[in-house]
Design a protein. Structure first.
Length: 256
């Protein structure tokens, strides 16, 4: 499924789950288009991966909330005459704060970066995959996106994050139904609590103290589970036994 010499686009490549995808794919000999805002981190990563794994990597420092972000990625892909085999739509972040107290421009950039951009990235590169009758798409959702009713009380209720992730999961299911016959495998990866920079960035560092360590996975474990499930062609992948159990319970109780 994932083969040496292929080309993967990874968004949010500079930290956490995206970074772990980069190492895992580089180890398998996959060439990488690295996308995130932090140019310095991407350049250092690119050098390290090229040196240690003898792959090629292409750094695209980019804010995905820009409306032309996908064109910029396409421009880089075309300028190096790459043919994209794998898309990992991973970049993401939490709500900025209380819904009504947050300026609309912030909500608009969240929707652009986490909903429009991943949708469009698939749209742009699916035709090439269809031609090759092969390809992989991993859209990183969240366990939160599977829960129709929220099981947890949060100190800072999210309004957009859950629905965006639910959309990504359903979008992936639709893509999978439509393009599986064309040899394209689509996965909605639904992690639970994962060690990364996500919670610090959303100002929730206290969560590390509140929730015991046994409920957390490393980004590397999340990626291992995702790639293992890819070869089984599983469309929705929930990582970690605890999250899988929660998901089963939720389905039984609320979805009948
Ligand atoms: N950590 C968890 O507990 C958890 C649980 C479920 C789902 N997830 C999902 O997993 C994905 C990865 O998150 P993570 O946990 O690895 O968090 P993270 O360590 O904060 O990584 C987020 C990545 O997204 C990039 N990014 C953020 N905003 C961006 C923008 N506007 N344009 C371009 N890149 C942007 C960041 O890079 P720059 O800052 O350099 O741009 C970074 O590389 C997200 O979609 C998140 O929703 C995480």
């Amino acid at each position: 499924m994932i083969k040496s010499g292929q080309v993967a686009i990874v968004t949010g490549a500079s930290s956490g789950i995206g970074l772990a995808f980069c190492y895992a794919l580089a180890k398998r000999g996959v060439n990488l288009v690295l996308v995130a805002r932090s140019e310095d981190r991407l350049l250092a990563l690119s050098q390290e991966l090229e040196r240690d794994y003898a792959i090629s990597s292409y750094v695209v420092p980019l804010d995905l909330s820009r409306s032309d972000a996908v064109f910029e990625i396409r421009r880089v892909v075309q300028s190096f005459k790459l043919s994209v085999d794998v898309i990992i739509n991973n970049a993401g972040f939490d709500d900025f704060g209380d819904f009504l107290e947050t300026p609309w421009t912030d909500h608009a950039s969240m929707l652009q970066a986490m909903l429009i951009c991943p949708t469009r990235l698939c749209y742009e590169f699916l035709p090439d995959m269809k031609k090759k009758q092969a390809g992989c798409i991993i859209n990183v959702g969240s366990i939160v996106g599977l829960f129709t009713l929220k099981l947890f009380k949060r100190s800072r209720p999210r309004v957009l994050y859950g629905p965006i992730k639910s959309y990504l999961i359903d979008y992936t299911r639709s893509l999978s139904r439509r393009y599986r016959a064309d040899g394209i495998v689509c996965q909605a990866l639904c992690p639970g609590l994962t060690w990364s920079e996500f919670h610090q960035r959303s100002g929730e560092s206290d969560i590390y103290k509140r929730i015991p360590k046994r409920f957390w996975l490393t980004s590397e474990a999340v990626v291992d589970q995702s790639l293992a499930a890819l070869s089984r062609e599983k469309t929705v992948v929930v990582t970690g036994w605890y999250n899988q159990l929660l998901n089963q319970l939720h389905r039984r109780i609320f979805l009948g």
